[in-house]
Design a binder for this molecule. Structure first.
Ligand SMILES: [Zn+2]
Length: 282
């Protein structure tokens, strides 16, 4: 891992960089290494279609290039769906993501766990918790040790507040939050200052202990938002996100782990901007 240079934080892209030679995962890893970045999230947002042989080759390449990998599961996941079949398929999609990700040595997989629909947050929490516990039980029986990291979501209609995910992580072994700081800012309209970022990190440590700060899976991108939260991803320079303040807070609390940038359209440019800014902090 290149983490020595960045004090334990790796920076990379959500998906294959736009400047990669092709859209393949391998070309993405090659490009991440060329750029001097440290990690990449493999996107299965439209479904898990990678074959096991390909996953094994991806894992070998990533190990050789010293690039850490994570994965993002399909968007078509709702553990709180009304129809039992949809819930079943949602669990299957998380399992498929975790199984293929384990083959390429991913440390963590993320996904958007659920929508509240007509249920209260408390009802939704209980349902999500039950299903996620079952998912983790299945994976552990298979010997799969990938960390299951539901994401902090960007819209108030989506399950996945910081509090909900920290609680899930404290109650289910093998679950840790994927903290998307852009989503959290878009959702709350706040969480955009050094003090507020420190407060988030302190909540993580309070709920999960030091291991919470030592194994972070984060998303950070430019973002546009309105009354209903997230609208779309932007470049950091076009958004109001105070990313330097966040990087300062991460350095202050000596956070370790992965920072995945999903800025649009030039995601690797912002990943490099974040890495450079972090390294230049005093
Ligand atoms: Zn996501």
């Amino acid at each position: 891992m290149n983490s020595g240079k960045t004090g334990g934080l790796l920076f990379g892209t959500g998906g294959v960089p736009v400047s990669a030679e092709s859209r393949s995962t391998e070309a993405g890893i090659e490009r991440i290494a060329e750029l001097g970045l440290g990690c990449m999230e493999v996107e299965f947002v439209q479904g898990v279609k990678m074959r096991p042989e390909v996953a094994a080759a991806v894992g070998e390449l990533a190990a050789r290039k010293k690039i850490a990998l994570t994965a993002h599961g399909p968007y078509a996941i709702n553990l709180n769906a009304v129809e039992p079949q949809k819930v079943h398929m949602s669990k299957e999609r998380i399992l498929q993501t975790a199984r293929i990700a384990a083959l390429f040595g991913a440390r963590s997989i993320t996904f958007h766990a659920a929508f509240y629909l007509k249920d209260s947050p408390a009802q939704t929490y209980a349902v999500v918790r039950k299903h996620l516990q079952e998912v983790v039980n299945t994976l552990r029986k298979e010997g799969n040790k990938v960390t299951i990291s539901p994401e902090v979501t960007g819209k108030p209609s989506q399950f996945g507040t910081l509090e909900e995910l920290l609680r899930l992580s404290s109650e289910i072994e093998g679950v840790m939050p994927c903290i998307d700081f852009s989503h959290w800012h878009a959702r709350t309209g706040r969480a955009n200052s050094y003090q507020e970022f420190l407060a988030v990190l302190d909540m993580v440590e309070k709920k999960l202990g030091r291991r919470g700060l030592d194994n972070m899976h984060m998303h950070l991108s430019g973002i546009a938002y309105g009354n209903k939260g997230e609208l779309r991803h932007l470049m950091l320079a076009e958004s109001d996100l105070h990313y330097t303040e966040l990087l300062k807070a991460l350095k202050e609390r000596r956070a370790k782990g992965i920072v995945i940038c999903e800025s649009a359209p030039y995601l690797e440019d912002d990943a490099l901007l974040l890495q450079r800014t972090y390294r230049e902090l005093p």
